[in-house]
Design a protein around this ligand. Structure first.
Ligand SMILES: Nc1nc2c(ncn2[C@@H]2O[C@H](COP(=O)(O)OP(=O)(O)O)[C@@H](O)[C@H]2O)c(=O)[nH]1
Ligand SMILES: [Mg+2]
Length: 305
């Protein structure tokens, strides 16, 4: 029998949970006092889980207010409230682009974040659910990228449209959308490059890709950023840049397995105001999970449900 998905998320977030839970236990072991040291240490624990300064400061402040207003009796009560608050922070409303039917989704992000892998995982799950999927290989910058996507497309048993290394990515988008129409596809996923000479070149290229998609796609176009959770606050800076250049509709957060920094989900969801729709919890084709705010919060605080 396969592992239930909520347990997989829990396993994927084990490092974050162990780290955060360790800190929280130390807090709880010290006794029920909600003194200044308690709040400082709680703040440290959240910062070390990579929730970022802004999110952490505001969250601890809100918790302090709640503790006063609701006369929370002790540290344990505050820690219990923390999970609920994290769930509220990461539950950004918005559509799951991959669930729209029909739709064209551009998958963007810095090199190595897991775009190609995530495209393969999403294509496989969607095809298994009866979607007619076509993938476009618009990372023409690296020769190996085209081959890598082909391998994933084969595993997912979906067609992939590719053009030679060095082709104009926008022309690959054009060709992919033409082919998708011939095949009556209802989920078109475009994999893109993450590295050019400068980030300005990259953004300009992706803006062109987006313009062609907007013009040629008979379906709504959505842009999804793939972000590597292990890059922490750096990833957040990059995410802002992509958001400014392209207007992001959703996030996929990868590599949550094996990082103690799952708190980045909180920082990025509230900073960008864009929903997290999938999380990557491993390198295998099935290691991508839907994102559920309360399951996530419970998984990282170690709260049992
Ligand atoms: N542990 C782990 N590795 C991942 C995950 N997603 C992608 N990777 C790995 O990250 C590396 C870069 O992935 P790739 O899809 O090529 O990134 P791209 O450059 O953005 O297309 C590969 O070695 C992947 O196996 C994940 O969720 N967890
Ligand atoms: Mg790639």
């Amino acid at each position: 029998m396969s592992t239930p998905w909520f347990q997989k998320i829990g396993d994927g977030l084990a490092s974050t949970r162990e780290r955060l839970k360790g800190h929280l236990n130390v807090l709880l072991d010290r006794g029920p006092d909600l003194d200044a040291a308690f709040w400082d240490d709680l703040e440290d624990a959240l910062l070390q889980a990579d929730m970022g300064v802004t999110a952490t400061t505001e969250m601890v402040e809100a918790l302090r207010d709640t503790a006063a207003r609701e006369a929370l009796p002790d540290a344990a009560a505050v820690v219990a409230r923390l999970s609920r608050q994290i769930a509220e922070e990461v539950a950004v409303p918005g559509d799951d682009p991959f669930a729209l039917d029909p739709v064209t989704v551009l998958v963007v992000g810095v090199n190595g974040t897991g775009k190609t892998t995530s495209v393969g995982k999403i294509a496989k799950a969607a095809a298994e659910n009866g979607r007619r999927v076509v993938i476009g290989s618009a990372d023409t910058f690296r020769a190996a990228a085209i081959e890598q996507l082909r391998v994933w497309a084969d595993r997912a048993s979906v067609p992939v449209i590719e053009r030679p290394h060095g082709s104009d990515p926008a022309s690959v988008v054009f060709d992919t959308l033409a082919e998708a129409q011939d095949r009556d596809a209802d989920l078109i996923i475009i994999d893109t490059a993450g590295r050019l000479h400068t980030s300005r070149d990259l953004m300009a290229e992706l803006q062109k890709v987006r313009r062609v998609a907007d013009r040629e796609s008979p379906h709504p176009v959505r842009v999804v950023l793939v972000m590597d959770a292990t890059t922490g606050q750096n990833g957040l800076v990059q995410a802002r840049e992509f958001h400014r250049a392209l207007g992001l509709d959703a996030l996929v957060l990868t590599k949550l397995d094996g990082t103690a920094k799952g708190g980045i989900v909180v920082a990025v969801a509230r900073e960008l105001g864009v929903p997290v729709v999938r999380i990557g919890v491993g390198e295998g084709i099935d290691d991508l999970e839907p994102f559920d705010a309360s399951v996530f919060a419970a998984a990282i605080t170690g709260e049992t449900r």
